[in-house]
Design a protein around this ligand. Sequence first.
Ligand code: HEM
Ligand SMILES: *[C@@H]1O[C@H](CO)[C@@H](O)[C@H](O)[C@H]1NC(C)=O
Length: 316
Amino acid sequence: MAVSRLLKLAFLIEVIICGTEFCHINALTMDYYVMRCPFAEMMVRNIVNGALQNDPTLSAALLRMHFHDCFVEGCDGSVLIDSTKGNIAEKDSPANIILRGYEVIDQAKQAIENQCPGVVSCADIVAMAARDAVLWAGGPFYDIPKGRKDGRRSKIEDTINLPPPFFNTSDLIRTFADRGLTVQEMVALSGAHTLGVARCASFKDRLTNSDPTLDSTYADSLSKKCSAGDDTVAPFDFTSTSFDNQYFRALQSSGGLLTSDQTLYVSRRTRGIVDGYAMNQAMFFYDFWQAMVKMGLISVKEGSQGEVRLNCRKIN
Ligand code: HEM
Ligand SMILES: *[C@@H]1O[C@H](CO)[C@@H](O)[C@H](O)[C@H]1NC(C)=O
């Protein structure tokens, strides 16, 4: 009790001091919740770890959720909004068909709301969950800035801003540059495909058109798999629940699953970066961490630009 009173007092003092122009109380910081909700990060980590223990494939889902949140309307939790009578939301777009893990976010939100009502945004929970999923799967350990506010818009048509699987390197470079991300950061972030799977619908054109940049033995096994239907899934690399540099090694032997994966090795503009990450996992981890922090800051809403949603599935 005494501790929580002390924290409230400290928060009040911060608010008073920060009434001055010298202090941006709404800016994102690493310790944003240290005073406001000290156990928020721990609660998210515990709930994510518990969920991944039951289902390791959720690490991919939680990582992708953050990416799809950030590339559409900025990192503002818009991907979590449910459709309503008058509005078809982002999550019902074909691009988000295999997106999962919404219950994990709900569970974390519920636990946090019980302790600190109306303080921790859904956008921050998604960002923290993605970070924790990467660590759980064996990836780098890193801190991220927090303090994002939740947006009030989620429309299916906005998901047109997500890069499709048939993009080539120049398309990808442009899409990522539009959000302030460099070529190197684009390649590092693509390394997220070290986790998870894609549906045959996302790569079957490479099989029917005998894509010369796809290894033929690999293509045969994918064709067999995909005879079961468009929604059958295949892993990006053979360690699909371990965060490692196997994805980049696969690209070196024409084993990329999507056109947008293999193009990174086909193009001379990015091949050297792929070779670097394939050779040096520590370098991939470091660049991935830096790029994730940067991706997590795309068009974030601060202060009154957004809200802290009470239920991540609907605006307040
Ligand atoms: C470079 C451009 C990218 C393209 C074109 C792309 C495309 C795709 C596609 C088509 C799928 C399979 C979806 C399906 O079949 O329904 C997928 C899965 C996935 N993507 Fe990406 N992606 C890109 C970048 C990223 C980034 C930057 C991240 C995260 C930082 C990411 C994380 C994932 C993950 C983890 C999966 C597996 C999901 C699961 O198994 O549940 N992707 N991506
Ligand atoms: C990449 O694809 C676009 C169309 O999406 C095309 O205009 C462009 O020429 C392609 N670039 C390369 C290098 O193949």
